[in-house]
Design a protein around this ligand. Structure first.
Ligand SMILES: *Cc1c(COP(=O)(O)O)cnc(C)c1O
Length: 480
């Protein structure tokens, strides 16, 4: 204590009762209740006591107004949600770390309406008996994809696991799944095809080589233990050059010749031909079913533009087996995403309106001229807010669709590039870090990307300039 003349001992801390008797804190209790506020007050005093014991507590830190303010801040922090809205200016439209597809208005409204009270999740309004939650979307999925039957689960990883489990692992002595070596993909996290096979209880049989697999490779691998032939869409990378793969129609011909089913995991799986919207082609479930696949699995929150979900479409036989498989119950969809999924799928009944109604498609098809205009609009205001330490320029950018969709295609875009002024080589990284940190600390955090010693803000996904502009004073303050 001797080395710290301004420091005070722990005995100077107020008691919890004294702290709570102060009118502002009593008001805090009246608003939020005793449990939260007194709990935070105790934690605050404990933290201060620690500091006093290590000789770091100053007299100023003990002023009643100081303590009141810190208590109010603690309570506010505790109540602030951890999941927060952000501005995705990364240039990747379907960003897995930023929540993937945005829900359409219709989906948000249906979701809210269904959550506010009871609904017919598993109740048949015609018969008055028990219903099946799958039926809420099955007919719609069949209409849109041409499938005989459909079922839905929590996400596409679950759809793949369930498909393999039900069509292969569930058959004693017949649990081999044949997959091309070129398609043993890792999607991210712990989702690697070989591991999924093992987890589902199936035996993986690899055929072909990384770059080339031929029909004969599958033919030769089929034996008494074979249960399923499987194709996996190589969604997050591309094998280019000297390549060969067996397409679904050829694979279906081989499989069906041996009385075996074929499943395809599409990953993203667009429900419409994206070329009609000026975007690169992505395989659709309807194409794969028409080619003869018994099961096609795809995600709800990638190109489909809905909530997290795994969609399984196919023949009545194969879907029936999947639906009856016990794991289905553990992987079933919750009513929240199911409501959002149904409303999203209904938007596809009006394909002419899709580019307006579905945010994912609206953002992907946003004309580069509109994005550039938005960048020009914001340029001066941002430059002023960041001057003199950073300079801002309007730039052409290359964005991407994201979530493993169309990995090699780029989306021409535009945005703002921010570079530190006068910073030496050494200070550059720190200056960019400081800026990125300040952007993330905004009330509506802004997430950009760093490339070539600049912080890039791709404005494709900024449909409302005001949401960005309104935060510039706060940004200026954070950097001051
Ligand atoms: C994204 C993806 C998955 C996983 O889908 P989730 O909906 O994220 O569970 C599986 N397979 C492929 C090919 C994918 O691209």
């Amino acid at each position: 204590m001797d080395e710290c003349p301004g420091c005070v001992p722990a005995s100077r801390l107020p008691s919890i009762d004294r702290l709570m008797q102060r009118p502002v804190n009593a008001a805090l209790v009246a608003e939020h209740g005793h449990t939260l506020v007194v709990g935070e007050a105790r934690a605050l005093l404990a933290a201060l006591r620690e500091r006093a014991l290590s000789g770091e507590l100053s007299d100023a830190g003990l002023q009643p107004e100081q303590l009141d303010q810190r208590l109010a801040e603690r309570v506010a922090r505790r109540l602030a949600p951890a999941m927060r809205a952000v501005l995705n200016l990364t240039g990747t439209v379907i960003h897995t770390n930023l929540g993937r597809a945005l829900l359409a208005d219709a989906a948000q409204q249906h979701l809210l309406a269904m959550m506010a009270g009871p609904n017919n999740l598993e109740y048949d309004l015609h018969s008055g008996g028990r219903g099946d939650r799958d039926e809420l979307v099955e007919e719609l999925l069949c209409t849109l994809t041409g499938a005989e039957a459909a079922t839905v689960v929590n996400n596409n990883a679950a759809a793949v696991l369930l498909t393999i489990g039900a069509l292969a692992a569930a058959r004693p002595g017949r649990s081999e799944v044949i997959v091309s070596r070129g398609e043993l993909v890792e999607i991210g996290g712990a989702f690697r095809m070989p591991d999924v096979m093992a987890a589902a209880g199936a035996m993986l049989v690899e055929v072909g080589t990384t770059n080339r697999t031929h029909p004969g490779d599958y033919e030769r691998a089929i034996g008494e233990r074979t249960a399923l032939l499987m194709k996996v869409h190589t969604s997050n990378y591309a094998v280019q050059g000297f390549t060969a793969a067996v397409d679904e129609s050829e694979l279906a011909r081989i499989a069906h010749g041996h009385g075996l089913p074929v499943a395809t995991d599409l990953g993203s799986g667009a429900l419409v031909d994206l070329r009609a919207f000026g975007l690169p082609q992505e395989p659709t479930p309807q194409q794969k079913l028409a080619a003869g696949c018994d099961i096609v699995t795809f995600s709800g929150d990638k190109l489909l533009g809905g909530p997290q979900a795994g969609l399984i479409v196919g023949t009545r036989e194969a879907v029936g087996r999947i639906r009856k498989f016990p794991m289905k119950r553990a992987l079933r969809m919750s009513k929240l995403p199911l409501a959002a999924l149904e409303a999203t799928l209904r938007l596809y009944l009006r394909p002419e309106r899709l580019a307006q109604d579905l945010p994912t498609l609206r953002l992907l098809t946003r004309p580069v001229e509109a994005i550039r205009a938005s960048a020009q609009n914001l340029h001066l205001a941002l430059a002023l807010a960041l001057s003199p330490r950073y300079e801002v320029s309007v730039v052409e950018l290359q964005g991407q669709i994201g979530s493993g969709s169309l990995p090699v295609d780029r989306l021409p875009s535009a945005g703002l590039a921010i570079a530190p002024t006068l910073a030496g080589k050494k200070g550059l990284g720190a200056a960019l870090d400081r800026l990125a940190t300040a952007l993330r600390a905004l009330p509506l955090p802004v997430i950009g990307r760093v490339a070539d010693d600049r912080l890039l803000l791709d404005l494709r996904c900024l449909e409302d300039d005001a949401a960005f502009r309104g935060q510039l004073p706060a940004l200026k303050e954070l950097l001051a």
